[in-house]
Design a protein around this ligand. Sequence first.
Ligand SMILES: Nc1ncnc2c1ncn2[C@@H]1O[C@H](COP(=O)(O)OP(=O)(O)OP(=O)(O)O)[C@@H](O)[C@H]1O
Ligand SMILES: [Mg+2]
Length: 248
Amino acid sequence: MKTLAIYNLKGGVGKTAAAVNLAYLAAQSGLHTVLWDLDPQGAATWYLHGDTAKAPDKAVWRGSSPIGRRIVETPYDNLHLIPADLETRHLDVWLRKDDNSHDRLRALIEPLSEQYSLVVLDCPPSLSHVADNVFAAADRILVPTVPTHLSLRALMTLIDYFKANELPRARLRPFWSMADRRRGLHRGLIEQPPKAMKDVCAAVIPYAASVERMGETRAPLEVSEPSSYAAECYRALWAENANYLRRG
Ligand SMILES: Nc1ncnc2c1ncn2[C@@H]1O[C@H](COP(=O)(O)OP(=O)(O)OP(=O)(O)O)[C@@H](O)[C@H]1O
Ligand SMILES: [Mg+2]
């Protein structure tokens, strides 16, 4: 089993859109996949028709019963969901409950390997204790990065944080997100990526109305608009990460 996190400390950069689309593509390729919505906003849960109204299961969040109890089905084969609910806002505190360990999330995820080949984490936008746990649990961390200076700054902060805390930088894999090639700045940064983007994914996710429409269709692009250019780009993003994520 592999764990893929979609993370950026910056908000609104396309994390959830990528998490839902990549999790769907993984499931469609035959991988038993579970998307864990770690963000109390619950956007991934909403896209996948998860039930956020269900009473929160505090025993699970507190770690006294397995996280598997929270798993629900989605409308799609091979794709299950651990929905977010309002209790998810306490995750930071609960992960810190016994000690300050960063391995708590990894321990919660581990038993899922009996049933799943891939766990996709849709992360909230913060550099919190939850994020520390995500960095310890994830085999690969995709970082959606908008081709702007502020977005690059967020990526550099993350890279510096990895260095300062001796975390493996190789796990971080940025990709261009919400790219608008009509804008000179976007074009320039994509064509001549700065040093922080040295291992950027080849696939570039465009700024596209079809992605915005996922809010109406509540479905992955591969289902709602498979012939759109953005759907093709998510397929390319999945394809270039799939080999690694399929292994073991
Ligand atoms: N490639 C894209 N093109 C156009 N709009 C996009 C694209 N990706 C995401 N959006 C829109 O931008 C908004 C934020 O996207 P999304 O929720 O995926 O970002 P996020 O990084 O998960 O945000 P948050 O930090 O709040 O969790 C949404 O309204 C979404 O529909
Ligand atoms: Mg999100």
